[in-house]
Design a protein around this ligand. Structure first.
Ligand SMILES: [Ca+2]
Ligand SMILES: [Ca+2]
Ligand SMILES: [Ca+2]
Ligand SMILES: [Ca+2]
Length: 323
């Protein structure tokens, strides 16, 4: 839901010429939730988590035969060697293709918003002018709260943005060409932005901004939205307590530092498309022959519409418009 709300706010702000919170690109918020929470088991909540309530309702209202026929057309595109089955490699390549396309499109959209004169590169000053306004560029109002939900001042937000900008500026000339801007705009997709993604993710959870997570800060994130009086809360808290001790706090000093938090966000050997493919095969490969038949994919359309293999249902919506 948060992703959907943020996307709606972002669209509104862009229409008004103001991006009120550019320090949190839409996909970063999703990236953190996706990485730290894993996949949801309930298909409908999975739809809502990824594509927003309205779209989830629209998808659920699609007659199953139409949903299946839309997905069947997508299978034809994924099955690049046309042998009638989707292999792990084909699905991995497809997810990478869709994800690269999305990164490019989202970055391109923002690039044109900040690069009004269509220059070859943009400066930090131009970016601030076109995102936060000329007052911010001149250092006016830095102590004002710019993110009421988190209590962050404009100065704090700009510092975070500047770190992301500097990490994206590969040739260190202070300007970003489009290729550099892509990694500023969509940092989760670029290995050289990993440290920035980790520290930006940390501040979402680190309520006192001291760059370490206490057990209480960890609980506040993993148990957010749960009713503290419910039996589920008590058993989950015990489980997360063990998880913190055994799996997260590697040096056993009772807190999570940035390194330990980084291992949580990016476990060793983690490759996002591969992890998505493993999940989809685990859900859909009924006969365990390590390939997906059209029937296996279509029968599990609920799982596929909640995954990046369909851009969380987006490409089915486009196919529906073609009908
Ligand atoms: Ca194939
Ligand atoms: Ca540069
Ligand atoms: Ca802390
Ligand atoms: Ca520790």
């Amino acid at each position: 839901m948060r992703l959907f709300i943020f996307a709606a706010i972002l669209t509104l702000c862009l229409l008004q010429g103001v991006w009120t919170n550019p320090s949190h690109p839409r996909d970063e918020t999703q990236f953190l939730e996706d990485r730290l929470n894993g996949h949801e088991a309930d298909p409908h909540s999975h739809h809502e988590q990824f594509i927003g309530e309205e779209e989830a309702d629209m998808y659920d209202q699609l007659p199953p035969n139409i949903a299946k026929s839309l997905l069947s057309r997508v299978v034809d595109k994924i099955d690049s060697d046309k042998d009638g089955f989707v292999s792990r490699n084909e699905l991995t390549r497809w997810i990478e293709l869709l994800s690269n396309k999305k990164v490019h499109e989202d970055a391109d959209f923002r690039w044109h918003h900040y690069n009004l004169n269509n220059e070859e590169k943009i400066s930090w000053g131009d970016y601030i002018d076109n995102s936060w306004g000329s007052d911010a560029r001149e250092g006016i109002g830095l102590d004002e709260i710019s993110d009421p939900e988190r209590g962050w001042t404009l100065e704090f937000v700009l510092e975070r943005e500047r770190m992301r900008w500097d990490a994206a500026d590969i040739d260190k000339d202070g300007h970003l060409i489009f290729e550099e801007f892509k990694s500023f705009s969509e940092p989760h997709a670029y290995p050289h932005m990993k440290d920035v993604v980790i520290s930006d993710s940390m501040i979402e959870i680190d309520s006192n901004n001291d760059n370490v997570l206490t057990r209480e800060e960890y609980f506040a994130y993993v148990l957010r939205g749960k009713d503290q009086r419910s039996p589920e809360y008590i058993s989950l808290k015990e489980r997360y307590n063990d998880d913190f001790t055994n799996n997260r706090d590697l040096n056993k000093d009772g807190i999570l530092d940035l390194d330990e938090f980084g291992y949580w966000v990016f476990p060793e050997g983690f490759h996002r498309p591969t992890s998505e493919v493993n999940f989809l095969f685990q859900k859909a490969d009924f006969n365990l022959d390590d390939r997906l038949s059209r029937k296996e994919i279509v029968d599990n359309h609920d799982v596929f519409v909640g995954s990046s293999a369909t851009d969380y249902g987006e490409i089915l919506k486009h196919k529906k418009d073609e009908l």
